[in-house]
Design a protein around this ligand. Sequence first.
Ligand code: SER
Length: 875
Amino acid sequence: MKSRDIRKQFLDFFESKGHLIVPSAPIVTKDDPTLMFNNSGMAQFKEFFLGNATPKSSRIADTQKCLRVSGKHNDLEDVGFDTYHHTMFEMLGNWSFGDYFKKEAINWAWELLTEVYKIPKDILYVTVFEGSKEENVPFDQEAYDIWKALVPEDRILLGNKKDNFWEMGDQGPCGPCSEIHVDIRSAEEKQQVAGRELVNNDHPQVVEIWNNVFMEFNRKADGSLEKLPARHVDTGMGFERLCMVLQGTQSNYDTDVFTPLIEKIENLTGKKYTKKAANEEEEKTNIAIRVIADHVRAVAFAIADGQLPGNTGAGYVIRRILRRAIRYGFTFLDKKEPFINDLVAILSAQMGEFFPEIKSQENLVTNVIKEEEASFLRTLDQGLQLLENVVTETKGKEVSGAKAFELYDTFGFPKDLTALILKEKGMYYNEAEFDTELQKQKDRSRAAGEVATDDWNILVEGNTETFVGYDQLESEVKVTRYRKVNSKKDGTLYQIVLDKTPFYPEGGGQVGDKGSLVSANETIEITDTKKENNLILHIAKKLPENIASTFTAKVNATLRAESESNHSATHLLHQALRSILGTHVEQKGSLVSPGYLRFDFSHFSKVTDEDLKHVENFVNARIQEHIPLTEKRDIPFKQAVEEGAMALFGEKYGDNVRAIKFGESIELCGGTHVKNTADIWYFKIVSESAVAAGIRRIEAITGNAVKDYFNNQEKALDEIKAALKNPQDTLKAVASLQDENTKLKKQLEALLKDKAKNLKGELANEIEEINGIKFIAKQVDLDANGAKDLAYELGTIGNNLFILLATAADDKPMLTCYISKELVAEKGLNAGQVVRELGKYIQGGGGGQPFFATAGGKNPNGITDALNAAKDFIK
Ligand code: SER
């Protein structure tokens, strides 16, 4: 059975059991600061379990793109080494929100596996929670009894808290679970060791395929469990493992989910994937191929869902996954140029039907990966050179762990590559020292990012919070819950939730509102507003004395108006770009703040100044047309799209959406906007730049910021005029200054050349002969280029020359060393080594070739010592 049919049968089965089938949520999470990526099917439903929100249906099923590479569930380091863990995988899941419970969940799971998929019953094992005294949760007798009616008792195993109590993270909904494992070993192997011995024991052919979690508890900040308001079911089946079972293979990588990718990797690298490796060499190739086939999926889907590789947060995780793949290709498949991007087309052909995002973003994803590959390969190259230097400097066989760590930390140079290269030279690095450095760095970053979140203090049960901020900037409110958050970065803060609120929470690029909560006798400043799942969190440095009072929630109207102006301008900018550059332009990210707006979009080349001017004019024309806002607050998604709104990948839309229209510009948007484009006053682009391959960024300002901008420009111009003594024609005055400057430069160059010639004569006379070497070491009053020219000039005088020139132009000491070819060849002298050694005297370093090298430094006072040391050396 093809993987696409396996997926479909799952969804059809649960649809027939009354489940609503929903699309996968984006792989990158929004509105959930506790999670970077969706790590399980249930993550997007968390608030339904907690009772903070109500689902569309009490029965839901889907296939969810999951990524387990950070936080509590992290499989990254295993991937490639075994045949059944992945970074990205699909989780098939069915959910009951306060509807059916253990009986239906277990019976349906069994029916699907054994009657629909027809998996032989005798290769299946199930597990049940044995109970935990410490948690005060009893043995799951109910699940045990349900299973007993379906499978022989010797196939029901009891599991402890680690295996049979599922938790998404340190806090949140959780509960006992019942897993289904499959044993796909050969008959002989089964004879030797019974399958039940191998369940949950890391055997590649005895693996868990499905987890049925019975959500009953909420794990609180202090570690205790409290009962949830209702009981739920959360199941997750590993799609790739199910395919392995149904396609009769022994590894996930031998299913049609991976074989097309693996074939392409074989093609591109000329290496062969062997189902069973015969030796260590083959296993290394296998691991590398698995790593790449796995990682390209994670990276491609993350980019398609809007997460570009970057230097922080989720972007950094994606970059590291990709780099892991690149270095496996580099080291074990001998691929020194970009090739992983070539796999995207295969992925898109294979999965694009079910996940359209990968098809429609194929070009962009390919380009971004290609650029990342190229730049990391350059880094690897640099790292190799540095490692070469380290090797030259090291006496003995052991390279210091700190040096290896520096390579790893500053250049992203992988430690196993360091080890491999050193090994070829009969060397190694001190691993213990490396680990200590790594630990130190981890401690530093952990300390910086530490956040401790208390449990909620609930004043009013349930959550009926309404957002009234589209219509009001002030409203009478009550606090319904609050909690304390301690973070190393921001100190102690409070998150306050209200029964209703005019405060816009950060989202859709627009920053959160600031303002205050005012009661009869106090005012609490709200410094930011954020959304976490379905709660709007008002952030304050302190709590009101009397938390139960009625408050007036007041949004800072000036800041809000500035954000609105920038937000509406962003929509017009999007429209302008699509109409001027073409409809390939798609929004890739935005920031709308009171001060300025930032808009990232797909476009393959720099936007010309002329096009930027057109874009600016286009937006300003819409502003001058005084177009009123048409807001459709609650229309069906389909209708909005039919009217011309564009849905963005990586965003999750409900059945009903909000559409914002200014004339021809129509967007799905939850943000706040001006009532009329005239309120934007004026739109000015201040920069255009590249963010990643195929993605450009425009920064712009509107309203008051434009007035300030023009005022500052005028002031700067006035100052320039004054500095030029108020000429009639400023531009002409600047041009004549530039002319004069060019002429002077030319004259200076000629003069310096003359000076060098004279110096050559002078210095030639000072050359002394030491040990058969014609030696001179001297400080000269030239710049770096002048010294280089002079050294080469002197080099033409004769044979066996050792020339060392020191300069200190602009107080920057510099050593320039020239050694005649004969000395290099016969005496083994090396200018590169000479300047590296002498560089220490001027607190610097450098390098070059054996016959010519330079070193720059920080301490000009060390020059004399360096020159003397050179003489001692020659002596
Ligand atoms: N949440 C459970 C898991 O991830 C079942 O979906 O295993």
